[in-house]
Design a binder for this molecule. Structure first.
Ligand code: NAD
Length: 430
């Protein structure tokens, strides 16, 4: 099939490469000329394991190309996926202006019947609204079929997730749309669920809301474990073995970040409020997550009430390992508090380059973790990049001034680290 994807971000680029890999002819459209210039040179502009190789090979095979020209792109394609961003507005609602722009492009340039599939995460009713916008901007009668096909990939394992999804949800009231989409996904081994458009929209938010709930739930139990001196790791293991509960997402730590959970929880809360149906559980989930960085910094301050002029090294800036995405990364909430306390903050991350704003605030980036810890009074781990577990911790200890290690992701072996002479604290007495 010939497929156009509007929005060459994390989701659009991965989806495009995977569709091309599956034998379709894919064009990626974006308004950001710099991204398109890089992609046209075969260069992936963000960090995602394995994606660069697939991108290069599909471009070489002429299955994948990129453009900034919406007119030709829309006219040339009958199947259009929308993967533009839907970030949070100040009031927590999703900003739908990019969806509206995409609808405008399609409306203006549609010359014949089109199937328009929303892959972006959008609030209840948006796909129907988008269909109206397309018609509003159109000057001809050519019909549009719309569908909602939520994306469940995770950054850091996006390629594998897109190749082997847990499920494919197709929400639409149009039988033509469903027939085409089932044809597109016919080789997938994942279960295909067809629903109403609105159900597909809610499935995405409810899934992220539930996963966020698991994280905040275990973090709240971790606070209790801190109080009573019991290891949250033992508790989580004992809970996770129950198959009704399951082990994933029961790792206590600094809480969730990234471009999805925080914004999707806020949006769902806001939509539910405006529908007169407030969601009380998610309200608490959000509150626990928001206060988790302070909970962590307060642990630090119990051993160091005065952080002024202390050298604090922080490992990990990305919101999770294997990505360079720092959107809503908890690390920066921690850094902000350390800077406000007057600490001298040094950071290390294997993939993220610190922006000049943070450098201006006095934060120093080091590319070598052993350099970052030199003469540090304290070391804080904020992202569980696996390479931190493999560091030579004897060398780290020797290079540091102090011996305080706060592990915000419970990634290190407490007993081993303590044997090396560190003062170690995780979250939840881990
Ligand atoms: P992103 O910010 O990385 O990418 C969005 C892209 O859309 C940008 O490159 C932007 O320039 C482009 N864009 C904006 N308006 C445009 C327009 N009118 N025409 C063409 N391009 C336009 O966003 P993302 O992380 O890929 O997320 C996209 C959507 O997918 C969001 O709704 C998000 O919630 C959802 N989602 C994201 C993930 C994830 O892990 N990132 C996973 C599942 C779902």
């Amino acid at each position: 099939m010939k497929i156009l994807i509007i929005g060459m971000g994390y989701v659009g680029t991965t989806t495009g490469a995977v569709f091309a890999h599956q034998g379709h002819k894919v064009t990626g459209l974006d308004i950001d000329q710099m991204k398109i210039a890089l992609l046209n040179k075969g260069k992936l502009y963000f960090h995602e394991p394995g994606l660069q190789e697939m991108l290069s090979s599909q471009i070489k095979k002429n299955n994948l190309s990129f453009t900034c020209d919406p007119e030709t792109a829309v006219k040339d394609h009958d199947i259009i996926f929308i993967t533009v961003g839907t970030p949070s507005l100040e009031n927590g609602k999703a900003d739908l202006s990019y969806i509206r722009q995409a609808a405008e492009m399609i409306g203006r340039y549609k010359n014949k019947e089109k199937l328009v599939v929303v892959k972006s995460t959008v609030p209840i009713g948006t796909t129907d609204e988008m269909e109206k916008w397309i018609y509003e901007y159109s000057n001809n009668e050519a019909s549009v079929h719309t569908a909602m096909n939520p994306e469940f990939l995770r950054e850091g394992s996006a390629l594998n997730d897109a190749l082997h999804p847990s499920r494919i949800v197709l929400g639409s009231e149009s039988s033509e749309a469903l027939v085409k989409l089932k044809e597109l996904y016919k080789n997938s081994t994942a279960p295909i669920l067809t629903t109403s458009t609105k159900a597909a929209e809610i499935i995405k938010y409810a899934s992220n809301g539930f996963l966020a709930t698991k994280i905040s739930f275990i973090n709240e139990i971790a606070r209790l474990c801190d109080t009573v001196g019991v290891s949250i790791k033992d508790v989580a293991e004992g809970m996770g073995l129950d198959e009704r509960i399951g082990a994933p997402f029961l790792q206590a730590g600094l809480g969730y970040g990234g471009s999805c959970f925080p914004k999707d929880v806020k949006e769902l809360l806001s939509t539910a409020d405006s529908l007169g149906n407030p969601l009380s559980i998610l309200r608490e989930v959000e509150k626990i997550n928001r206060t988790q960085p302070s909970y962590f910094v307060n642990k630090v301050k119990r051993t160091h009430p005065l952080l002024k002029d202390k050298k604090v090294t922080l490992f990990g800036l990305s919101f999770k390992p294997h990505t360079d995405d720092i959107r809503e990364s908890v690390s920066f909430a921690v850094i902000n508090q350390l800077v406000a306390e007057g600490a001298k903050v040094y950071v290390h991350d294997p993939a993220v380059t610190l922006s000049t704003d943070w450098i201006r605030k006095g934060v120093t980036q080091c590319w070598d973790p052993y350099v970052a810890v030199k003469e540090a009074d304290l070391l804080l781990i904020c992202t569980d990049w696996p390479q931190y577990a493999d560091l030579n911790w004897v060398k780290v200890k020797e290079r540091m001034n102090g011996s305080y290690l706060f592990d915000g992701r419970n990634m290190l072996d407490k007993e081993k680290i303590k044997q090396l002479g560190f003062y170690y604290e995780g979250i939840g007495n881990a």
